[in-house]
Design a protein around this ligand. Structure first.
Ligand SMILES: Cc1cc2nc3c(=O)[nH]c(=O)nc-3n(C[C@H](O)[C@H](O)[C@H](O)COP(=O)(O)OP(=O)(O)OC[C@H]3O[C@@H](n4cnc5c(N)ncnc54)[C@H](O)[C@@H]3O)c2cc1C
Length: 475
């Protein structure tokens, strides 16, 4: 079917991870390589989906990316898309606490404070006092390399109020999961690293001490930057015409044989090559699907990796996009996170997209995204559109007092949208990598590996392609 110099490589999954892998393969292997992108659905993009509203496109999955991880910015530049990038307004986000919107506290690490005073408007006075008292409490039992459930950690040191009102809403905004489903080392790695430092120096390990150290480092860095007269770079970027621009550019640059509506059912080794059902024979495979599907697809060629991936849960969620013809009364904030103990509301967060992104504000009116569903409770993902839109409108009015009716809506369900980075996740992923390192011409990419964010996914796609190229050069 092909000569050794012109391999046939299948990339399974047409999300950002798979498309970045395909594009890297094309750039490294040149025009001769036969690159297939096999996508189960009738469109590329996976969790990146841009929807056309009457006044312009809006993202209904990921809407932004963190600029701290620089690989994606470089990729965007190479793709000629830098002019598409936009920065946020800088308006603050809020928490919804006891029926009020209050500014998100500035001095926390993923919602974890060092002092009660920094979160006084959000947690009870007792909890604030308990946070302060932690500095002299019995130290944590911690050995270098340990991991812990974030909810268990924060509850044991600061109490349940801090978990429900601060940490779960913050982490939930990224992982669609409460702090009780997430591991510290994978989701707040800087804090785990400070715990390690304290333990290896023989110093007492306390949560407030470690958070204080991280906050001090952050503030020192901000002061040093201010002294240079430079402005801090924006933390987030988004695409003026939505993520669609990135997906299209990646697909174009990959110049691959893209097959939509092609669900790969199995991958097996066959006569020194691979047999993909129902596609046929190829020389190498990049699996770039969510973890449970990757588990099945790797089940034959790297069974131990398959078993490890099969143990990873996925969180489902729904985004309801709402366009309004007025923004009168919509708070001057970028959005609001609802605590897991917020009574009488179904939504877990609202993004006031037209406040957060000036390029959306320019269209006039307002745009709001409501989010529902968590790893622990995905029941609303199955609710019908009418119910979800009803909750979105009612909850928005309850939380903000903004009572306008949307003139256009879109309901996007994300079944299995995000992998849950539970306790021990990084060790599990290291074990998966070890297995795949010994599995020639098979690679894995996707949100389960290096982080759920788009930049991490793109990096994982590039790395998977480089592994395949290395393996091919040795065979
Ligand atoms: C609601 C939501 C909001 C988010 N917001 C942000 C954000 O603002 N910023 C950010 O950085 N990240 C965000 N993320 C995370 C980010 O969007 C995802 O982690 C990332 O897009 C995943 O990309 P991927 O290519 O790894 O996987 P996916 O996008 O899931 O792509 C995998 C593809 O594989 C296909 N597939 C599955 N099985 C098969 C099969 N058997 N055969 C063929 N194809 C198959 C699927 O159809 C899919 O297209 C968000 C995620 C969600 C759900």
């Amino acid at each position: 079917m092909t000569s050794p110099t012109a391999p046939t490589i299948a990339v399974i999954g047409g999300g950002v991870s798979g498309l970045t892998a395909a594009r890297t393969l094309r750039r490294q292997l040149g025009a001769d390589a036969d690159i297939l992108v096999l996508e189960a659905y009738d469109r590329l993009g996976g969790k990146l989906k841009t929807v056309d509203f009457a006044d312009g496109p809006v993202d209904m999955g990921a809407e932004a990316f963190l600029t701290r991880r620089t690989g994606l910015a470089a990729l965007v530049d190479e793709l000629g898309l830098s002019a598409e990038l936009r920065v946020p307004s800088g308006l603050h986000s809020c928490f919804y606490v006891d029926g009020q919107m209050v500014d998100a506290p500035a001095r926390t690490i993923m919602g974890i404070p060092a002092r009660g005073a920094d979160v006084a408007g959000i947690v009870s006075a007792e909890t604030a006092a308990r946070i302060d008292a932690e500095a002299t409490a019995e130290p944590l039992a911690w050995s270098v390399g340990d991991d812990v459930n974030v909810g268990t950690l924060v509850r044991s040191r600061y109490g349940g109020d801090a978990v429900a009102r601060l940490v779960s809403p913050m982490l939930g905004g990224v992982y669609s999961a409460s702090a009780d489903s997430l591991g510290l080392r994978a989701t707040v790695p800087a804090l785990a690293a400070v715990f390690d430092d304290l333990a290896s120096a023989g110093e007492p390990v306390r949560l407030s001490t470690a958070v204080s150290r991280l906050l001090a480092e952050r503030e020192d860095a901000a002061r040093a930057l201010a002294a240079t007269g430079e402005k801090p770079a924006p933390v987030f970027n988004s695409f003026v015409h939505g993520y669609r621009a990135l997906i299209r550019a990646l697909a174009e640059d990959a110049d691959a044989d893209i097959r939509l509506n092609t669900q790969v059912e199995s991958v097996s080794r066959w006569r020194g090559r691979f047999w993909l059902e129902p596609v046929g024979e190829v020389d190498a495979v990049v699996v770039a699907t969510p973890a449970p599907t990757a588990a099945v697809l790797l089940g034959d060629v790297a069974p131990e990796a398959g078993t490890l991936l099969g143990g990873i849960d996925l969180a489902s969620s729904v985004v309801v996009g709402m366009r309004f013809d007025t923004d009168d009364g919509l708070p001057q904030n970028s959005g609001v996170l609802l605590g897991t103990d917020a009574p009488g509301v179904q939504a877990k967060a609202f993004t006031f997209s037209s406040r957060k992104w000036p390029h959306l504000a320019e269209r006039g009116g307002a745009f709001v995204r409501a989010s529902f569903g968590t790893l622990a409770d995905a029941s609303l993902v199955d609710a019908d559109d009418r119910t979800l839109i009803g909750y979105a409108v009612e909850d928005l009015a309850t939380v903000t007092g903004f009572t306008a009716r949307p003139v256009e809506t879109f309901v996007q369900r994300w079944w299995g949208g995000l992998p849950s980075y539970g306790e021990g996740h990084l060790d599990r992923i290291t074990a998966v990598r070890d297995v795949l390192a010994d599995s020639p011409r098979v690679a894995l990419a996707g949100s389960v590996l290096q982080g759920v964010g788009v930049p991490a996914c793109a990096d994982s796609g590039r790395d998977a392609a480089l592994k395949i190229i290395d393996d091919l050069s040795q065979s």
